[in-house]
Write a protein that binds this ligand. Sequence first.
Ligand code: SAH
Length: 343
Amino acid sequence: MNSIYNYSLKDLQDYFLDIGETKFRASQVFDWLYIKRVKTFNEMTNLKKDLIKYLNSNFSMEGLKLIKVQEDVDVKKYLFELYDGNKIEAVLMRHDYGNSLCVSSEVGCNMGCRFCESGRLKKVRDLLSFELVLQLLAVEEDIKERVSHVVLMGIGEPFDNYDNIMNFIKIINDPKGINIGIRHITVSTCGIIPKIEKFAEEQTGVNLAISLHAPNDEIRNKIMPINKVYNIEKLIRSVKEYINKTNRRVTFEYILLKGINDSKENAEELSLLLKGINCYVNLIPYNETSYLEYKTSDRVTISEFYDILKKNNISVTIRKEFGSKVSAACGQLRSEHFTESGR
Ligand code: SAH
């Protein structure tokens, strides 16, 4: 499926030049897609009939099928069906600083983090750039407002689908289109080091978040299989190199799991690990899932953990909880794989 929403402005211009059209025509099409937001090529009334005909026979403008919307205070969860019947979710969060959209990057996920619902379905396929773009367009259409921030923290591991997510970022960042500020975009990874290095090279200005969740290999090995490939020492080294190259602050996400990684010793150990790194820690109260062995830490434990990091001069915040009632919170999103019988 050659979706027109796969093309950045530059790619569309190059394509148009290749077919003997002008860059200007490509800009007009881009404008119809992302500023005027029409749904068919036929509505692009400043294009010649021949070009409209060409576009109709060579590109698709089909959107995602919105299957279900669930709403709670300050949060809306969207279930979408893709062209091949697979299903993914996106979550809109209303913050005081704007509307933040959490998009999925894959159907299913292969990272196998023990506590995360999204990994219940192994990866079926990458999402293509247009399927990420369309999540955003569908949500803006639904709320009739702008989304100001985008986080790649839905289903999937963004760095396991690197090229598509980078192209997606290029498309939504374009000032002539959706225009999401580069500093308003965050990519979260469980720690795929070669891609962290590549990301550093590209100097995009996009924010990087690392799902750390443990202060040492012993704990991390138990809850995040990726740690057996890229352990904490290697991960921290690559984050330091990233910071040196980009001069950007990195976020470490740390879910608090009762009795597993939430002790005072763990907080001290984490402080030591992150000492001197230009970062901040986002403590995430665990959202309980169908993995019954993992529980949310008590309030007192969370605040003690927080206090220890503070005392050790680590910048730290406790993440505001969103959407656990509608299972829209971190780690609660699930893909559904299309099967003939399951439809
Ligand atoms: N694969 C990427 C992108 C997903 S981001 C990554 O791992 O970073 C989703 C974030 O929510 C990750 O930090 C993930 O570890 C965290 N998470 C997963 N399950 C959770 C749960 N049940 N409660 C709270 N956070 C969870």
